[in-house]
Ligand binder design. Structure first.
Ligand SMILES: *Cc1c(COP(=O)(O)O)cnc(C)c1O
Length: 430
């Protein structure tokens, strides 16, 4: 052990005190890590079986140009996604620029003037405000005469079932449930919780379209939202399902009609899924998907380790290290802007790309507060890679996620501790 500590000090300036502390934390996590490996194994089975059923072969990697008619790689990739998410169809495209874009396609493709969108579980991710028109923006759903209703969580973060029953009306066309916490401190919703909520909503209005924003959740549990009654799941390929290999993109998997409506928005009415060249991206989409379960489990282990370290130092963490996980996000309440910035500095300095830059807080399109982001990633902005960010607002939560390999995440967390220690902001207990 002492030799490894010396290597940490020599290569990274991480001192023996931090090493010993982290080793002790790690020794308490063996059982939790076995569980994370088990989830990865089940998800790998699902992914591999889907590849086999779709008879993926070298020919699927070629890609198309121009209109992208008869793109067998794209069709096979979408069949694999539909299989993994147990849905009728899927839309998986490099032309979907982000998770926000995928959600916008799913919403604007499936809602019509006069319809109402319902969030039954509180405020949504920051970038949804302008899509919905909570903050005015040209092209918002509001401009097209689509209204929005929101039922907040109860003070103990449970679902307000009475409120939801009252909010559902004849106009309610689509219900959106956000699995991950986003930049809020409410808990992420486990598949079991989502199942319960969907069951309740179906009991009131069976035909309503239920969509789950699955960002950061894919492969974090053995089942996906579409296996517990959701009509549609939506997410980003520079998060979990891209496995850190997909260079860009987003996906929508769900009922045939839901996916078709979204595709008519992405390309054009009449064209739908039949067009859209994939250029040279197919191999990375497929290979990334294949690797996603183990990449996600590395990120999960990192999140658990980070929570355990910071809990021992007296910080509040969401979720706690021993809580059941449904996504790769780990929030730590850093309490001061200095500590939030130092944490991000520590992550940035432990990145394989751009390790020499210092993150600063700045304005970001779609976000209301200044945001600090640490991301030294192979794919720009990919948060399945080791990254940390947080809006500069109280209580200065840092949202930490990703990591392609577990040893890398561990080094990153150790470096945040070293950075905070050197700034005099934490004291490592002996
Ligand atoms: C990341 C994320 C999104 C979409 O963000 P993009 O940066 O546009 O990909 C939406 N919802 C949640 C919960 C997210 O975590």
């Amino acid at each position: 052990m002492a030799d490894i500590y010396k290597t940490y000090t020599k290569e990274f300036g991480i001192d023996e005190e931090v090493c010993r502390f982290c080793e002790e934390i790690l020794s308490g996590l063996a059982g939790t890590f076995v569980e994370a490996d088990r989830v990865a194994e089940v998800c790998q089975l699902k992914v591999l079986a889907a590849f086999k059923r779709a008879k993926i072969s070298d020919a699927h990697f070629a890609g198309t140009t121009g209109y992208g008619y008869d793109d067998i790689g794209r069709d096979a990739l979408e069949a694999v996604y539909a299989d993994i998410f147990r849905t009728e169809d899927a839309l998986v495209r490099p032309q979907i620029v982000s998770g926000t874009h995928a959600i916008n396609l799913a919403l604007s493709g499936n809602l019509r003037p006069g319809d109402e969108l319902l969030s039954p579980a509180g405020a949504l991710y920051d970038t949804m405000d302008q899509i919905i028109g909570i903050r005015d923006c040209p092209g918002s759903l509001k401009e097209y005469g689509i209204s929005y209703r929101q039922v907040n969580l109860l003070p103990d973060n449970s679902f307000d079932y009475d409120g939801i029953r009252n909010a559902i009306n004849e106009k309610t066309k689509l219900v959106t449930i956000q699995r991950s916490r986003g930049y809020s401190s409410r808990p992420s919703f486990t598949i079991e919780k989502i199942e319960e909520l969907i069951g309740f909503i179906r009991g009131i209005k069976p035909e309503v379209i239920i969509m789950v924003d699955n960002c950061y959740g894919e492969f974090a549990q053995m089942r996906e939202p579409t296996e517990v009654g959701a009509d549609m799941v939506v997410g980003s390929l520079i998060k979990n399902p891209g496995g850190s290999i997909a260079p860009c993109g987003g996906y929508i998997a769900g009922k045939k009609s839901c996916v078709e409506n979204a595709a008519y928005r992405l390309t054009s009415p009449g064209l739908g899924k039949e067009t859209g060249a994939t250029l040279y991206s197919m191999k990375s989409f497929l290979q990334g998907l294949f690797m996603a379960p183990t990449v996600v489990s590395s990120a999960l282990k990192g999140a658990i380790f980070a929570a355990a370290c910071y809990e021992r130092l007296g910080y509040k963490t969401f979720p706690k290290s021993d809580e059941k996980r449904t996504d790769i996000i780990q929030a730590v309440e850093m309490k001061t802007p200095e500590a939030l910035l130092k944490f991000c500095e520590g992550i940035q300095a432990a990145s394989p790309v751009d390790s020499f830059v210092t993150p600063v807080a700045d304005d970001m399109p779609g976000y209301e507060d200044k945001v600090v982001m640490a991301a030294g990633a192979f794919i720009q902005g990919a948060s399945i890679e080791l990254s940390a960010d947080g809006p500069l607002r109280e209580p200065y939560n840092v949202y930490f996620q990703g990591g392609i390999t577990w040893p890398h995440v561990k080094i990153g967390i150790m470096n945040t501790l070293q950075t905070l220690k050197e700034a005099g902001l934490v004291k490592i207990p002996l």
